[in-house]
Design a protein around this ligand. Structure first.
Ligand code: FRU
Length: 477
Protein backbone atom coordinates (compact mmCIF):
# COMPACT_ATOMS: atom_id res chain seq x y z
CA UNK A 1 0.00 0.00 0.00
CA UNK A 2 1.08 3.55 -0.67
CA UNK A 3 3.56 4.76 -3.19
CA UNK A 4 7.26 5.13 -2.61
CA UNK A 5 8.27 8.67 -1.82
CA UNK A 6 11.81 9.33 -2.94
CA UNK A 7 13.54 12.62 -2.30
CA UNK A 8 16.49 13.37 -4.53
CA UNK A 9 18.15 16.38 -6.06
CA UNK A 10 18.40 19.99 -5.02
CA UNK A 11 16.88 21.82 -2.08
CA UNK A 12 14.46 24.51 -3.27
CA UNK A 13 15.94 27.93 -2.51
CA UNK A 14 19.18 26.24 -1.53
CA UNK A 15 22.67 26.27 -2.88
CA UNK A 16 21.75 25.27 -6.39
CA UNK A 17 24.66 23.64 -8.13
CA UNK A 18 26.65 23.30 -4.93
CA UNK A 19 24.03 20.89 -3.69
CA UNK A 20 24.62 18.56 -6.58
CA UNK A 21 27.77 17.56 -4.77
CA UNK A 22 25.70 16.38 -1.83
CA UNK A 23 23.95 13.11 -2.07
CA UNK A 24 20.43 13.70 -0.80
CA UNK A 25 18.45 10.62 -1.38
CA UNK A 26 16.14 8.66 0.82
CA UNK A 27 13.12 6.53 0.26
CA UNK A 28 10.26 6.32 2.67
CA UNK A 29 7.10 4.28 3.01
CA UNK A 30 4.02 5.66 1.27
CA UNK A 31 3.13 9.24 2.01
CA UNK A 32 -0.47 8.24 2.77
CA UNK A 33 0.65 6.15 5.70
CA UNK A 34 2.56 9.00 7.39
CA UNK A 35 1.46 9.32 11.04
CA UNK A 36 0.04 5.78 10.89
CA UNK A 37 3.36 3.94 11.20
CA UNK A 38 3.79 1.30 13.90
CA UNK A 39 6.28 3.30 15.94
CA UNK A 40 4.83 6.80 15.37
CA UNK A 41 4.48 8.76 18.63
CA UNK A 42 0.76 9.45 18.98
CA UNK A 43 0.72 12.62 21.08
CA UNK A 44 4.32 13.86 20.97
CA UNK A 45 5.61 15.92 18.09
CA UNK A 46 7.69 14.07 15.51
CA UNK A 47 8.41 15.32 12.00
CA UNK A 48 6.45 13.84 9.11
CA UNK A 49 9.66 12.42 7.83
CA UNK A 50 13.40 12.75 8.24
CA UNK A 51 15.54 13.50 11.26
CA UNK A 52 14.68 15.94 14.06
CA UNK A 53 16.85 17.45 16.76
CA UNK A 54 16.50 20.49 19.05
CA UNK A 55 13.36 22.60 19.29
CA UNK A 56 14.22 26.08 17.98
CA UNK A 57 12.29 29.29 17.90
CA UNK A 58 9.53 28.44 20.36
CA UNK A 59 7.23 31.44 20.05
CA UNK A 60 3.53 32.13 20.64
CA UNK A 61 1.67 34.43 18.26
CA UNK A 62 -2.04 35.20 17.91
CA UNK A 63 -3.22 31.96 19.53
CA UNK A 64 -0.67 29.71 17.82
CA UNK A 65 2.26 27.90 19.37
CA UNK A 66 5.07 27.83 16.80
CA UNK A 67 7.63 25.05 17.04
CA UNK A 68 10.68 25.32 14.80
CA UNK A 69 13.21 22.52 15.04
CA UNK A 70 16.54 21.27 13.74
CA UNK A 71 15.57 19.05 10.86
CA UNK A 72 17.01 16.94 8.07
CA UNK A 73 13.96 16.62 5.80
CA UNK A 74 15.83 14.33 3.44
CA UNK A 75 17.15 11.54 5.59
CA UNK A 76 17.20 9.61 8.85
CA UNK A 77 20.44 11.07 10.17
CA UNK A 78 21.69 14.50 11.30
CA UNK A 79 22.56 16.55 8.20
CA UNK A 80 21.32 19.36 5.90
CA UNK A 81 20.33 21.41 8.94
CA UNK A 82 17.01 23.05 8.11
CA UNK A 83 14.49 24.69 10.44
CA UNK A 84 11.37 22.56 10.34
CA UNK A 85 8.22 24.43 11.33
CA UNK A 86 5.00 23.22 12.95
CA UNK A 87 2.06 25.13 14.45
CA UNK A 88 -0.49 24.14 17.09
CA UNK A 89 -3.31 25.75 19.01
CA UNK A 90 -3.04 23.31 21.96
CA UNK A 91 0.60 22.06 22.04
CA UNK A 92 -0.48 18.55 20.97
CA UNK A 93 -2.16 18.76 17.56
CA UNK A 94 0.59 20.04 15.26
CA UNK A 95 0.41 20.98 11.60
CA UNK A 96 3.66 20.91 9.70
CA UNK A 97 4.37 24.01 7.62
CA UNK A 98 6.99 24.81 4.97
CA UNK A 99 10.49 24.92 6.49
CA UNK A 100 11.33 28.22 8.24
CA UNK A 101 14.99 28.28 7.20
CA UNK A 102 16.90 26.28 4.66
CA UNK A 103 20.65 25.90 4.27
CA UNK A 104 22.21 28.19 1.69
CA UNK A 105 25.49 30.02 1.07
CA UNK A 106 25.55 31.00 4.78
CA UNK A 107 25.84 27.32 5.68
CA UNK A 108 23.72 24.99 7.75
CA UNK A 109 20.91 26.52 9.82
CA UNK A 110 21.86 25.66 13.39
CA UNK A 111 19.79 26.24 16.53
CA UNK A 112 18.34 29.56 17.63
CA UNK A 113 15.17 31.26 18.74
CA UNK A 114 12.17 33.28 17.61
CA UNK A 115 10.51 36.44 18.88
CA UNK A 116 7.52 38.56 18.00
CA UNK A 117 9.20 41.89 17.20
CA UNK A 118 6.70 44.74 17.59
CA UNK A 119 6.63 47.47 14.96
CA UNK A 120 9.60 49.83 15.41
CA UNK A 121 11.53 47.53 17.77
CA UNK A 122 14.10 46.44 15.19
CA UNK A 123 16.23 47.75 12.37
CA UNK A 124 14.80 45.06 10.08
CA UNK A 125 13.06 46.29 6.91
CA UNK A 126 9.53 45.40 8.06
CA UNK A 127 6.36 47.49 8.02
CA UNK A 128 4.55 46.19 11.11
CA UNK A 129 4.97 43.53 13.75
CA UNK A 130 7.23 40.73 12.57
CA UNK A 131 8.14 37.20 13.54
CA UNK A 132 11.94 37.14 13.73
CA UNK A 133 14.17 34.06 13.77
CA UNK A 134 17.64 34.48 15.20
CA UNK A 135 19.81 31.54 14.21
CA UNK A 136 23.35 30.28 13.90
CA UNK A 137 24.58 29.99 10.34
CA UNK A 138 27.27 27.33 10.41
CA UNK A 139 29.45 27.87 7.37
CA UNK A 140 31.55 24.81 8.13
CA UNK A 141 28.89 22.90 6.26
CA UNK A 142 28.45 25.17 3.27
CA UNK A 143 30.82 23.14 1.11
CA UNK A 144 32.82 26.28 0.51
CA UNK A 145 36.11 26.36 2.41
CA UNK A 146 37.01 29.04 4.96
CA UNK A 147 33.50 29.78 6.18
CA UNK A 148 32.69 30.83 9.72
CA UNK A 149 30.03 30.34 12.39
CA UNK A 150 27.90 33.49 12.82
CA UNK A 151 24.53 34.66 14.16
CA UNK A 152 21.95 35.88 11.65
CA UNK A 153 18.31 37.01 11.48
CA UNK A 154 15.34 36.18 9.24
CA UNK A 155 11.88 37.75 9.45
CA UNK A 156 8.33 37.02 8.46
CA UNK A 157 5.51 39.50 7.88
CA UNK A 158 2.90 36.80 7.18
CA UNK A 159 2.81 35.02 10.56
CA UNK A 160 5.55 32.56 9.71
CA UNK A 161 4.35 31.32 6.32
CA UNK A 162 7.46 32.72 4.60
CA UNK A 163 10.75 34.11 5.90
CA UNK A 164 13.28 36.51 4.39
CA UNK A 165 16.90 36.45 5.46
CA UNK A 166 18.11 39.91 6.53
CA UNK A 167 20.42 41.47 3.92
CA UNK A 168 22.73 42.80 6.64
CA UNK A 169 23.53 39.29 7.98
CA UNK A 170 25.42 38.26 9.97
CA UNK A 171 24.41 40.39 12.95
CA UNK A 172 27.04 38.84 15.24
CA UNK A 173 30.29 37.95 13.50
CA UNK A 174 32.38 34.84 14.14
CA UNK A 175 33.56 34.81 17.79
CA UNK A 176 35.18 31.44 18.52
CA UNK A 177 35.06 28.06 16.82
CA UNK A 178 31.70 27.00 18.24
CA UNK A 179 29.61 30.07 18.99
CA UNK A 180 26.00 29.16 18.52
CA UNK A 181 22.38 28.82 19.66
CA UNK A 182 21.22 32.45 20.26
CA UNK A 183 18.14 32.65 22.53
CA UNK A 184 16.82 36.17 22.08
CA UNK A 185 14.25 38.00 24.25
CA UNK A 186 13.16 41.58 24.89
CA UNK A 187 14.19 43.00 28.28
CA UNK A 188 11.48 45.56 28.94
CA UNK A 189 13.18 47.54 31.78
CA UNK A 190 16.31 48.12 29.62
CA UNK A 191 14.32 48.53 26.38
CA UNK A 192 16.71 46.28 24.47
CA UNK A 193 17.05 42.80 23.03
CA UNK A 194 19.15 40.24 24.91
CA UNK A 195 20.96 37.24 23.38
CA UNK A 196 22.61 34.55 25.48
CA UNK A 197 25.00 32.63 23.23
CA UNK A 198 27.01 29.43 23.69
CA UNK A 199 30.76 29.60 23.04
CA UNK A 200 32.68 26.47 23.93
CA UNK A 201 32.91 24.11 26.88
CA UNK A 202 30.62 25.48 29.59
CA UNK A 203 31.05 29.13 28.51
CA UNK A 204 28.22 31.40 27.52
CA UNK A 205 28.11 35.10 26.67
CA UNK A 206 25.34 37.71 26.69
CA UNK A 207 24.90 40.24 23.91
CA UNK A 208 22.44 43.14 23.88
CA UNK A 209 20.98 45.22 21.05
CA UNK A 210 18.61 48.16 20.68
CA UNK A 211 17.48 46.97 17.24
CA UNK A 212 18.42 43.26 16.76
CA UNK A 213 20.97 44.39 14.16
CA UNK A 214 23.83 45.97 16.16
CA UNK A 215 24.88 43.75 19.08
CA UNK A 216 27.44 44.29 21.84
CA UNK A 217 28.72 41.81 24.36
CA UNK A 218 27.90 42.66 27.96
CA UNK A 219 29.00 39.62 30.00
CA UNK A 220 30.26 36.04 30.16
CA UNK A 221 28.88 33.32 32.40
CA UNK A 222 29.23 29.60 32.96
CA UNK A 223 26.97 26.66 33.69
CA UNK A 224 29.59 24.23 35.01
CA UNK A 225 29.41 20.78 33.36
CA UNK A 226 26.77 21.92 30.87
CA UNK A 227 27.02 23.53 27.42
CA UNK A 228 25.14 24.49 24.20
CA UNK A 229 21.61 25.83 23.78
CA UNK A 230 21.25 28.51 26.48
CA UNK A 231 17.92 29.73 27.82
CA UNK A 232 17.57 32.70 30.19
CA UNK A 233 14.40 33.90 31.90
CA UNK A 234 12.95 35.40 35.06
CA UNK A 235 10.44 33.54 37.23
CA UNK A 236 8.62 34.45 40.44
CA UNK A 237 9.41 32.29 43.47
CA UNK A 238 6.24 30.55 44.69
CA UNK A 239 4.22 32.87 42.45
CA UNK A 240 5.41 36.05 44.22
CA UNK A 241 6.08 38.64 41.50
CA UNK A 242 8.11 40.74 43.95
CA UNK A 243 10.55 37.89 44.61
CA UNK A 244 12.05 36.66 41.35
CA UNK A 245 15.14 34.78 40.19
CA UNK A 246 16.72 34.47 36.76
CA UNK A 247 17.26 30.97 35.43
CA UNK A 248 20.29 30.36 33.17
CA UNK A 249 19.76 26.99 31.53
CA UNK A 250 22.02 24.70 29.44
CA UNK A 251 21.37 21.85 27.00
CA UNK A 252 21.62 19.09 29.61
CA UNK A 253 18.99 20.78 31.75
CA UNK A 254 21.43 22.05 34.37
CA UNK A 255 20.80 25.58 35.53
CA UNK A 256 22.12 28.45 37.61
CA UNK A 257 19.84 30.76 39.58
CA UNK A 258 20.78 34.39 39.90
CA UNK A 259 20.14 38.00 38.98
CA UNK A 260 20.16 39.81 35.63
CA UNK A 261 20.10 43.59 35.23
CA UNK A 262 19.60 43.61 31.49
CA UNK A 263 23.32 43.29 30.77
CA UNK A 264 25.01 41.06 33.33
CA UNK A 265 23.89 37.69 34.68
CA UNK A 266 25.24 36.99 38.19
CA UNK A 267 24.91 33.40 39.37
CA UNK A 268 23.89 32.95 42.99
CA UNK A 269 23.44 29.18 43.13
CA UNK A 270 23.85 26.09 41.01
CA UNK A 271 24.32 24.18 38.93
CA UNK A 272 21.07 22.47 39.92
CA UNK A 273 19.48 19.60 38.05
CA UNK A 274 15.90 18.37 37.87
CA UNK A 275 15.75 17.05 34.33
CA UNK A 276 17.15 13.62 33.52
CA UNK A 277 17.25 10.95 30.88
CA UNK A 278 16.73 11.24 27.15
CA UNK A 279 15.69 14.89 26.88
CA UNK A 280 18.27 17.43 25.73
CA UNK A 281 18.66 20.91 24.26
CA UNK A 282 15.17 22.09 25.20
CA UNK A 283 14.04 25.68 25.34
CA UNK A 284 11.06 27.70 26.53
CA UNK A 285 8.45 29.91 24.91
CA UNK A 286 9.53 33.43 25.90
CA UNK A 287 6.10 34.99 25.42
CA UNK A 288 3.47 32.42 26.40
CA UNK A 289 0.20 33.95 27.63
CA UNK A 290 -0.43 34.25 31.37
CA UNK A 291 3.28 34.45 32.21
CA UNK A 292 3.67 30.71 31.63
CA UNK A 293 7.14 29.23 30.99
CA UNK A 294 6.36 26.36 28.65
CA UNK A 295 9.37 24.18 27.87
CA UNK A 296 9.83 21.53 25.16
CA UNK A 297 12.91 19.29 25.05
CA UNK A 298 14.32 17.08 22.32
CA UNK A 299 14.23 13.37 23.22
CA UNK A 300 17.65 12.37 22.02
CA UNK A 301 19.22 9.34 23.62
CA UNK A 302 18.04 5.87 22.88
CA UNK A 303 15.89 6.32 19.80
CA UNK A 304 18.00 3.90 17.77
CA UNK A 305 15.00 1.57 17.56
CA UNK A 306 13.35 3.95 15.09
CA UNK A 307 15.64 2.91 12.23
CA UNK A 308 12.87 1.35 10.16
CA UNK A 309 10.65 4.46 10.33
CA UNK A 310 10.47 7.35 7.84
CA UNK A 311 11.07 9.75 10.76
CA UNK A 312 13.61 9.80 13.54
CA UNK A 313 13.25 10.99 17.16
CA UNK A 314 10.61 13.16 18.84
CA UNK A 315 10.06 16.08 21.19
CA UNK A 316 9.29 15.77 24.92
CA UNK A 317 5.90 16.42 26.42
CA UNK A 318 5.44 20.19 26.73
CA UNK A 319 5.85 21.18 30.38
CA UNK A 320 5.35 24.26 32.54
CA UNK A 321 8.31 25.47 34.61
CA UNK A 322 7.90 27.38 37.87
CA UNK A 323 10.26 28.20 40.76
CA UNK A 324 9.47 26.86 44.20
CA UNK A 325 11.12 27.03 47.57
CA UNK A 326 12.00 23.42 48.41
CA UNK A 327 14.10 21.95 51.18
CA UNK A 328 17.37 23.83 51.23
CA UNK A 329 16.65 26.38 48.52
CA UNK A 330 14.80 27.50 45.40
CA UNK A 331 14.48 25.06 42.52
CA UNK A 332 12.77 24.68 39.16
CA UNK A 333 9.61 22.59 39.18
CA UNK A 334 8.31 20.86 36.05
CA UNK A 335 4.66 19.87 35.49
CA UNK A 336 3.00 18.52 32.34
CA UNK A 337 1.10 21.35 30.63
CA UNK A 338 -2.58 21.45 31.56
CA UNK A 339 -3.46 21.02 27.86
CA UNK A 340 -2.39 17.35 28.25
CA UNK A 341 -5.60 16.67 30.21
CA UNK A 342 -7.62 17.06 27.01
CA UNK A 343 -5.92 13.92 25.65
CA UNK A 344 -7.62 11.70 28.22
CA UNK A 345 -10.03 9.15 26.73
CA UNK A 346 -10.99 6.84 29.61
CA UNK A 347 -10.08 6.82 33.30
CA UNK A 348 -9.91 4.15 36.00
CA UNK A 349 -9.52 5.29 39.56
CA UNK A 350 -8.59 3.73 42.93
CA UNK A 351 -8.60 5.63 46.24
CA UNK A 352 -7.07 5.18 49.70
CA UNK A 353 -5.56 1.73 49.44
CA UNK A 354 -2.43 -0.08 50.49
CA UNK A 355 -0.61 -2.30 48.05
CA UNK A 356 1.90 -4.88 49.19
CA UNK A 357 4.08 -7.46 47.53
CA UNK A 358 2.21 -10.64 46.72
CA UNK A 359 -1.20 -8.96 46.52
CA UNK A 360 -3.24 -9.14 43.29
CA UNK A 361 -2.18 -6.25 41.08
CA UNK A 362 -5.20 -4.03 40.28
CA UNK A 363 -3.43 -2.99 37.05
CA UNK A 364 -2.91 -6.55 35.81
CA UNK A 365 -5.70 -6.28 33.22
CA UNK A 366 -4.87 -2.82 31.97
CA UNK A 367 -4.43 -2.61 28.20
CA UNK A 368 -3.16 0.34 26.24
CA UNK A 369 -0.26 1.78 24.29
CA UNK A 370 -0.72 5.46 25.10
CA UNK A 371 -1.61 6.25 28.68
CA UNK A 372 -1.04 8.45 31.72
CA UNK A 373 -0.64 7.35 35.33
CA UNK A 374 -1.49 9.83 38.07
CA UNK A 375 -0.64 8.79 41.61
CA UNK A 376 -0.27 10.31 45.04
CA UNK A 377 1.56 7.90 47.31
CA UNK A 378 3.30 7.91 50.68
CA UNK A 379 7.04 8.42 50.39
CA UNK A 380 7.54 6.51 53.64
CA UNK A 381 7.10 2.86 52.90
CA UNK A 382 8.32 -0.41 54.30
CA UNK A 383 9.13 -1.57 50.76
CA UNK A 384 12.62 -1.16 49.29
CA UNK A 385 11.13 -0.23 45.90
CA UNK A 386 7.67 1.00 44.99
CA UNK A 387 6.11 2.32 41.81
CA UNK A 388 5.35 0.97 38.37
CA UNK A 389 6.79 -1.20 35.65
CA UNK A 390 6.00 -0.26 32.07
CA UNK A 391 5.95 -3.03 29.46
CA UNK A 392 7.87 -5.18 31.98
CA UNK A 393 11.28 -3.80 31.01
CA UNK A 394 10.97 -0.19 32.10
CA UNK A 395 10.95 0.96 35.70
CA UNK A 396 9.26 3.99 37.20
CA UNK A 397 10.35 3.10 40.69
CA UNK A 398 10.85 5.09 43.90
CA UNK A 399 13.63 3.84 46.16
CA UNK A 400 13.02 5.50 49.51
CA UNK A 401 16.45 4.40 50.77
CA UNK A 402 18.36 6.52 48.25
CA UNK A 403 15.55 8.95 47.41
CA UNK A 404 15.67 8.34 43.66
CA UNK A 405 12.91 7.83 41.15
CA UNK A 406 13.77 5.81 38.04
CA UNK A 407 17.40 6.05 39.08
CA UNK A 408 17.43 9.84 38.70
CA UNK A 409 18.70 11.87 41.61
CA UNK A 410 16.93 15.14 41.82
CA UNK A 411 14.74 16.98 44.16
CA UNK A 412 12.32 14.15 44.75
CA UNK A 413 12.10 15.20 48.32
CA UNK A 414 8.66 14.20 49.47
CA UNK A 415 6.23 17.10 49.75
CA UNK A 416 4.19 16.70 52.96
CA UNK A 417 5.41 13.10 53.02
CA UNK A 418 3.93 12.38 49.58
CA UNK A 419 5.21 11.64 46.10
CA UNK A 420 3.08 13.10 43.34
CA UNK A 421 3.70 11.09 40.21
CA UNK A 422 2.57 11.59 36.61
CA UNK A 423 3.81 9.10 34.04
CA UNK A 424 3.21 9.49 30.30
CA UNK A 425 3.66 6.52 28.01
CA UNK A 426 3.59 6.94 24.23
CA UNK A 427 4.52 4.55 21.42
CA UNK A 428 8.27 4.68 22.02
CA UNK A 429 8.77 6.80 25.15
CA UNK A 430 7.95 7.15 28.80
CA UNK A 431 8.28 10.28 30.90
CA UNK A 432 7.79 10.69 34.63
CA UNK A 433 7.13 13.88 36.56
CA UNK A 434 7.78 13.34 40.26
CA UNK A 435 7.56 16.24 42.70
CA UNK A 436 8.81 18.71 40.10
CA UNK A 437 11.48 16.47 38.61
CA UNK A 438 11.36 15.23 35.01
CA UNK A 439 12.79 11.86 33.86
CA UNK A 440 12.44 10.47 30.34
CA UNK A 441 13.51 7.54 28.18
CA UNK A 442 12.82 5.68 24.95
CA UNK A 443 11.10 2.33 25.49
CA UNK A 444 9.99 -0.75 23.59
CA UNK A 445 6.41 -2.00 23.88
CA UNK A 446 7.49 -5.62 23.61
CA UNK A 447 4.58 -7.86 22.54
CA UNK A 448 3.41 -10.16 25.33
CA UNK A 449 4.53 -7.82 28.13
CA UNK A 450 2.14 -6.02 30.50
CA UNK A 451 1.73 -2.31 29.77
CA UNK A 452 1.50 -1.41 33.44
CA UNK A 453 2.17 -3.14 36.74
CA UNK A 454 2.25 -2.00 40.36
CA UNK A 455 5.43 -2.68 42.30
CA UNK A 456 6.02 -2.91 46.06
CA UNK A 457 9.10 -5.01 46.67
CA UNK A 458 9.40 -6.44 50.15
CA UNK A 459 6.82 -4.27 51.83
CA UNK A 460 3.68 -2.15 51.51
CA UNK A 461 2.90 1.28 50.14
CA UNK A 462 -0.10 3.50 50.81
CA UNK A 463 -1.76 5.29 47.90
CA UNK A 464 -4.05 8.30 48.43
CA UNK A 465 -5.13 7.92 44.83
CA UNK A 466 -4.22 6.18 41.62
CA UNK A 467 -5.67 7.01 38.22
CA UNK A 468 -4.87 5.50 34.87
CA UNK A 469 -6.02 7.40 31.80
CA UNK A 470 -5.86 6.05 28.29
CA UNK A 471 -4.84 8.85 25.91
CA UNK A 472 -6.10 9.81 22.47
CA UNK A 473 -3.95 10.03 19.39
CA UNK A 474 -3.29 13.55 18.17
CA UNK A 475 -3.03 12.30 14.59
CA UNK A 476 -6.01 9.93 14.43
CA UNK A 477 -8.60 11.54 16.75
C1 FRU B 1 22.40 20.70 20.09
C2 FRU B 1 23.14 21.24 18.88
C3 FRU B 1 23.17 22.74 18.90
C4 FRU B 1 23.39 23.06 17.45
C5 FRU B 1 22.50 22.03 16.80
C6 FRU B 1 22.96 21.63 15.44
O1 FRU B 1 21.99 19.40 19.95
O2 FRU B 1 24.46 20.71 18.87
O3 FRU B 1 24.17 23.27 19.76
O4 FRU B 1 23.03 24.36 17.11
O5 FRU B 1 22.50 20.91 17.67
O6 FRU B 1 22.06 20.79 14.82
Amino acid sequence: QGRKLTVTGTIPGGLGDAWEKVKISASYPGEESIYQEALRPQYHFSSRRGWLNDPNGLVWKDGSWHLFYQHNPYNHNWDNMTWGHAVSSDLFHWKEMAPGLQPDAEGYMYSGSAVVAPKGSTGLPVKGDALALIYTANGNHSYEPGRTVVQSVAYSEDNGKTFTKFKGNPVVPHVVAENRDPKVFWHAPSKHWVMPLFYDGSDYGIYTSPDMVKWEKTCDYKIPTDGECPDLYELPVDGDAKNTRWVAWGAQGKYMLGSFDGKVFKAESGPHHHYFGAAYAGQTYGNAPGGRRVHIGWMRDGGAGLQGMPFNLQMSLPMDFTLRRQGDGIRLWAEPVKEAEALRASTKEWKDFTYESGQTDPLADFKGGQFEVEAVMDANTSAAEVGFRIFDDHAAIWKPGDRTFSGAEGQQAPVDGKLKVRIFVDTVTMEAFVNGTYVSKYIRQTPGTKPLRLVANGGAVKFDSLKVHTLKSAWKE
